[in-house]
Design a protein around this ligand. Sequence first.
Ligand SMILES: C[S@@+](CC[C@H](N)C(=O)[O-])C[C@H]1O[C@@H](n2cnc3c(N)ncnc32)[C@H](O)[C@@H]1O
Length: 391
Amino acid sequence: MPDDARTQFWETARRATLFGRLVKLTLSKPRRKDAELPRNLYARPVELKGEYQLQITHRYVDREEAKNFAYTEGLKYLQDELSENFYNADLFSLDEQLSIMQSRKGNARLREQAPQHREAAVTHDREKFRAIAADRPYLHALGITTAAGEVTAAGRRKYKQINKFVEIVDGLLRDHPLPAGAQVVDMGSGSGYLTFALYDHLVNTLGYDVRVTGVELRPQLVDKCRHIAADNHFTQLHFEEGYIDTYQPDRIDLLIALHACDTATDDALYQGIQAEAEIMIVAPCCQKQVRRDMVVPNDLKPLLDNGILLERQAAMVTDGLRALYLQGAGYATKLFEFIPLEHTAKNVMITAVKQPGTTNRAGAQVQWEGVKQRFGVARHRLEELLYDDQR
Ligand SMILES: C[S@@+](CC[C@H](N)C(=O)[O-])C[C@H]1O[C@@H](n2cnc3c(N)ncnc32)[C@H](O)[C@@H]1O
């Protein structure tokens, strides 16, 4: 993670740009006095034919020249220009105003001021703006886009989902950055849509030095993902064949488990808790176990004798209890709708971030015992994994 001013400056710039928060970014104080060179560079996001781009204006003594770049290329260009031709850069976004000043000796200093702008240079239309560009080659290999980088009708929903997911991860990392050499594990990685997008975003967009591992029990999916990773030169992306509960990680910093079937979500959360993962993100799939073992209290029978209501109630209780077990293990949790219901019924996401200091397991336990009793929950897989040998 950013341990120096330059890395921190460009990471902030990348986030502001990718998430539609950038107002402008300028480079100034040229390293050489030469009338043929620009005095400064001025970059702002623009929308051209429905595509968001970075317009970089080169301001010379006697003229201005503007060029448009795809976001990532534009930022790379500015970064190279700052290291070769300019001493200073100023970033203006809706969230921050950050300046970097470099000395002739190569030292760099950051100055942060309160943001002055309330409106981005372009209003990002979420339908059009995507953190993962559609022309990324692995998306074609995964069957989401055509060879020309157009999202296919069948891939549209998945494409939307991976972008939303990347946005959520990015938001969490903003407050809880990963350490250098962090291990990211995707439990139940399936066809790898989210694993590839996450890797691409962490490594290629944010510049993290991390290793990402997908764990998946179906060998043909593992094989396919390994090939796509090799073809794309994603050298720190690996896929391991096996079950989540028997996977033996050296360490886990960030754990994700999206739509892992039934209690596989509990197996993943247990692995994360055991490994003291800093961040966990799960989107549970079918929650069967609690429903199967629920003994509906008499006063709830008029409601829960109905199959669909019982199923929804069981799903709600399953996830609510998961959050309480996580809190008991020292995590701050959030539950929210991942993507709108019309796209998938599996739309609840739980995020958990490890809290420093002591945990209040007793307080959480009072709550989970109360919930179990009220709804007639006889067993919960995550509780068994965490506490059975202590009973
Ligand atoms: C519904 S898919 C989701 C794939 C991916 N996470 C996504 O959201 O696109 C669930 C995947 O988890 C795998 N899976 C289910 N239980 C598992 C377990 N206990 N260990 C490893 N993989 C598991 C399945 O084989 C399947 O590929």
